[in-house]
Design a protein. Sequence first.
Lengths: 546, 271
Amino acid sequence: MSDDTFLRVRDLKIGATAYPPGEPPKWIEIVHGVSFDLEKGKVLGLIGESGAGKSTIGLAALGYGRGGVDISGGEVWVNGRNILASGMRDLRRLRGAEVTYVSQSAAASFNPAKKLMEQVIEASVRHGRFSKSKAEKRAVELFAKLGLPDPETIGNRYPHQVSGGQLQRVMTAMALCPQPDLVVFDEPTTALDVTTQIDVLKAIKEAIADTGVAAIYITHDLAVVAQVADDIMVLRMGEKVEYGTTDQIINAPQEDYTRALVSVRSIRHEEKHPTDEPVLSVQNITARYRGTSFDVLHDVSVDVYPGQTLAVVGESGSGKSTLARVITGLLPPRDGQIEFTGRTLSPALEGRTREDLRELQMIYQMADVAMNPRHTVGTIIGRPLEFYFGLKGAAKKKRIKELLDEIEMGEGFLDRYPAELSGGQKQRVCIARALAAKPKLIICDEVTSALDPLVADGILKLLLNLQKSENVAYLFITHDIATVRAIADSIAVMYQGRVQRYGVKSTVLAPPFDDYTDLLLSSVPEMELGWLEEVVEHRRMTSAGN
Amino acid sequence: MKNIPLAALIGLFFTGLYFLAAILAPLLAPYGMAQIVGDVWEPSSSRHWLGTDSIGRDLLSRMIYGGRTTIFIATAATLLSFFTGSVLGLIAAVIGGWVDQLLSRFIDLIMSIPTLIFALVVLSVMPVTIPILILVMGLLDSTRVFRLARAVAVDINVMDFVEAAKLRGEGRIWVIFREILPNALSPLVAEMGLRFIFAVLFVSTLSFLGLGVQPPQADWGGIVKENKDGIVYGIPAALIPAVAIATLAISVNLVADWVLNRTTSLKGGRG
């Protein structure tokens, strides 16, 4: 062990007690003997899909296991002592002082009743690292370093008075304040918009470099971790898949799984040009929510052509999902109209015919709440068949099986409940439910954003294949440019309720860009080293040019 | 069965015992319900296991028949309150708007009057028969069920799968009974146990105050009332129905607790 090795994890085993219904509780191991070293001033990226054990390993560096999770074996050496063998008193001295933690959802982690400054300095003062005034001074320095506005006074605000991206940076300041030796970042940018993510990422990277701490950076996004980490460990189902330098993992992955992660979103889709009449024509829609006094959508017009995909892109709050609600009739617009297969749709859901409803289906972001947890897969897919086509008995069952085949799941799933499916399978069932109605248009609202990259990839491929075989059109709402590149024929970029840019994919994604589209496009992390610096430089040049 | 915790087993045993005794009362009771068979307040003996009551009726027989009345009224009132309360609650949550406002404010109005006083006023102007008793108790209790059902359903009503059903064009009946009800069932079933106990306590209270079950019909609250004067002389006859009420309340609670724990961890169950 070299002198610089600050954190040494050997053969770490972590397990949890599972409570399967109707069976006695049983012990399952979720991390199977993981080892790594971390030197001072280095950043280790832990990457893997959900359930890979990334967060569990990250927390083990604090000697902590979440509720029901036990560290069952191995050693975690921090600063030359095995913290798994030390008592609560030692751990208390360690946590929040030597090792600190930045969680995914800053909004849920701050106490809404206390001012930011109080919370940022709490650990430093409690651990006696600094006096109150010194800690406050240090916090202000960190706020400035992290690029927060008004570093002198921002600490006097309450958590709800700053934006999500700022809160995440305040939390980073909180973690850095006690001058820790190690910071564990647990998906710190996952909940943020791409345009915000880049600022936080840059702030974190600079702060790590300036303070010289060691860091563990946990994420599911390889492109993000490539920007900040020195070494990367790829995890899958609690086991190490590959461990190497960032350069090696990105440019010369050894394992198949890593290779798949690196080349994810490699779908190539030739764009189709608008053909005849659009299947859906949204004309000059202006809409606001009931009881509010401002418009969420301003004069939005887009067309979707049969068998093609229109991607609606934008960050949260840009009005993408509201547009979907207007089209489905859940939110009648204040102005404008919607034409669908040549006829004008009634603005409100109640006024639409069953045929209108059948031909316009929707798939949701969160597949697990989009299905009734008390219905089986068979009931979920069968209901539209029964409802729209009056299919019953054997005919219905036959069609359900066909649909299950189409979504690449077998008839073995017929009697399963949603809780017994994986995330990707749930989304597939939702797709089958939409397809069952034989629609002309499916609205896909962020259908892949809750899924792991490889699973999302599978869903996108499935959607593209189905588009070919069923000639169904998609209105695809997403904030992810990579998805758009993969599947869109035309694109509408939305910003603050307006369509900022609209046209076929090749035109929209080609310069010259307007400012917002440029910002959006350049914010999407790319899987190459040094991308972050390039973008920051590009932004500096652009703003200097203005 | 081997996974049932001890507390729930005890609860199940006593609940089962009381219900069985209630159903089989005419077979189990050694004497008739209102039959005078001995002296006043005889101590327990081999002829009268629990002794006799204030006018010389066999207390064990009175207890068994009393349990039958009490449990029957409480069960019927609970079922009535559940039916009315949950149907109205689900309707209010799904339809929303002024229907919800009207129903909710009306329920608030009733709930603002203490239940016992409300019941006493109503029963003092109405003939006190068992159907009327059930009706009054059931309707008053349904306000609580309404509140719970509406609160649970409002949560479920905004979930995507309900929206998906509405987008499909489903009618309200389907939405209420096929989408929302199955998901609202587990908190409602657990609540049912608690409401049943309140109904037992409620009918006992009413009988004790003289506005519940009328003599010579036996019921637990009434037995306490008939024998309460004996306490002064050290005669425990009034305590026996009190113990019965307490044990029934506790055991049903234990069962309800277990049901709640079980249903929330079921496959596909919601918290």
